[in-house]
Write a protein that binds this ligand. Sequence first.
Ligand SMILES: NC(=O)c1ccc[n+]([C@@H]2O[C@H](COP(=O)([O-])OP(=O)(O)OC[C@H]3O[C@@H](n4cnc5c(N)ncnc54)[C@H](OP(=O)(O)O)[C@@H]3O)[C@@H](O)[C@H]2O)c1
Ligand SMILES: [Zn+2]
Length: 361
Amino acid sequence: MRRALALAEQGLGRTSPNPAVGAVVARGEAIVGEGRHRRAGEPHAERIALANAGEAARGADIYVTLEPCCHYGRTPPCTDAIVEAGISRCFYAMPDPDPVCAGGGDAALRAAGVEVEAGLLRAQAERLLEAYITHRRTGRPLVTLKLAMSLDGCIATRAGDSRWITGPQARARVHRMRNRMDAIMVGVGTVLADDPSLTTREVPGGRDALRVICDSQARTPPDARVIAQDSDAGCVIATTDAAHETRVEALRGAGAEVLVLPDVEGRVDLRALMTALGERGVLSVLLEGGGALAWGALHAGIVGKVALFYAPVIIGGAEAIRGVTGAGVEGVAEALALREVTQTRIGRDLLVEGYVGAVES
Ligand SMILES: NC(=O)c1ccc[n+]([C@@H]2O[C@H](COP(=O)([O-])OP(=O)(O)OC[C@H]3O[C@@H](n4cnc5c(N)ncnc54)[C@H](OP(=O)(O)O)[C@@H]3O)[C@@H](O)[C@H]2O)c1
Ligand SMILES: [Zn+2]
């Protein structure tokens, strides 16, 4: 199952709206076949592993990171393939949270005489598929707020300088995070200040995620790097009715997709944006700032997880840009508390990760 999870991990950010799944066919201790789901529309992990095992699958065990599917989607059910291959035991790590499948795969296998054992390395599988689980439960992606800050919580100096606060190892880690995400999101303030390209250029074999800019008035310059760069991934400008038609047309002309959404107090309704992204199969979003959008997203309740990088430097200054701006809370008791907090040293920096209360549906 550990091998199956490692295979599944390679699919993160590539299989959406499907889950990243890995499968291993084994006879006792020996692996005789393995596979992973590569992208939606292509065969599921179980079918690839079974084909890889060939005749050796007869009487063997299969280890799958997610309950095998039992429905006709773009491909026929995996439970049929497992039964036809003559598998005797199926171990799967976690039940499928998708109501179309939930429990059905398990029942279909048992009905066909396959021995089934659920729950092997379940916690690891659920961590790996946390974005998929969030998406199937709420219809919205799992949003991870990532910021690179000084120890005193600044993301840029009073002059707007932010390059680079954290060290090369932390930046490489961010590129690996981007490589597993379906989308990366920033506010228009960051685009205007830094003109970032938001690529995964430091990851060998990496691919770019969909870029999303929250920009209520379509102030993004049409020649901004996020739009202009040569990439297979698209760029979405999320805006509102307040945006001038000429600006919207200029952005569309430059190759961006412009989504006109409802507003909340004049700014992009972030819940509506997450619903729109969820509908198009985006499971995961890495929100990379800046401070105003970070507050907007926390306040709107769309953030499920945070990844805060702290560099051992102090920037100071009342006019420096803080990681989270906006109105903030009034009483300490109202401060947003994180759950399941972990701390990891990355080079000279510290990464603090944690979950923000469950995103309610
Ligand atoms: N170190 C880091 O990790 C890091 C990361 C990112 C940025 N930065 C730095 O942060 C600075 C930019 O931060 P910022 O706070 O000025 O800008 P920002 O958060 O990137 O963008 C804020 C803008 O987003 C737009 N927006 C649209 N919908 C929104 C919503 N629902 N809630 C909040 N904002 C929404 C608003 O402009 P409209 O009203 O026009 O839509 C708002 O002014 C730059 O200096 C950059 O270098 C640092
Ligand atoms: Zn399947």
